[in-house]
Ligand binder design. Structure first.
Ligand SMILES: N[C@@H](CCC(=O)N[C@@H](CS)C(=O)NCC(=O)O)C(=O)O
Length: 197
């Protein structure tokens, strides 16, 4: 396995801590990467240009520390870090969300603090839009299935949010397969009843 790695990323740290705890770190090759420079190799595996990104021995690229940690939990026979069920599972996942939530605020906050005000705002908006655009391109190349699972539901919610908040910058142009998938999938009761207004 290979991980796109930044020594100061707390999300990378979380993944590597889990790998070490479960005795898997020896199976992971570290590739130093600066996600803010959007290097081609990282973009090829993660259109969001973020680290950590893990490429499995099967060639599957996984990004988002929660997903990567869950994948690592499926390997080997050490005790799992994701309790299988019951109160222990929900308590562990709740704390994972809380810890990640702190980082989701702290990491961009730290990044913005070092920049001049206007330049920081414009550069950050451009960067966010580029990540959204690459992610929509990736979904057009490989749209979700009609099957309802946590992945297709999350993608539909994300596209609905783009309609809701970025309607003047429509994502459907140039993405006909994804648009067709979304039109059908958005009819699902759970999506229809939760559409933002
Ligand atoms: N939700 C992601 C967040 C990853 C993340 O934001 N990583 C930072 C490094 S600490 C990054 O790659 N930033 C680049 C960017 O936001 O453009 C995770 O849990 O892995």
């Amino acid at each position: 396995m290979k991980i796109y790695y930044s020594a100061t990323s707390p999300y990378v740290r979380k993944v590597m801590a889990c790998a070490i705890i479960r005795g898997l770190d020896g199976r992971i090759e570290k590739q130093a990467s600066n996600p803010h420079a959007s290097p081609e190799d990282l973009l090829a595996d993660n259109p969001l240009s973020k680290v950590p990104c893990l490429v499995t021995d099967d060639g599957l690229s996984l990004f988002g520390s929660q997903l990567i940690c869950e994948y690592l939990d499926s390997l080997g026979d050490a005790l799992p870090l994701f309790p299988a069920q019951g109160a222990a599972r929900w308590r562990a996942l709740k704390f994972q969300s809380l810890g990640d939530g702190i980082l989701d605020a702290a990491v961009p906050c730290r990044g913005e603090q070092g920049k001049p005000v206007e330049a920081a705002r414009d550069a950050q908006i451009a960067r966010y839009k580029a990540a959204m655009s690459r992610a929509v391109d990736a979904l057009e190349a490989d749209p979700p299935h009609k099957h309802v699972d946590i992945g297709s539901v999350t993608v539909a919610c994300a596209l609905g949010y783009l309609d809701f908040r970025f309607g003047s910058d429509p994502w459907r142009a140039g993405h006909p397969k994804l648009a067709a998938w979304y039109e059908g999938f958005a009819q699902n009761k759970g999506l229809a009843e939760t559409a933002p207004v």
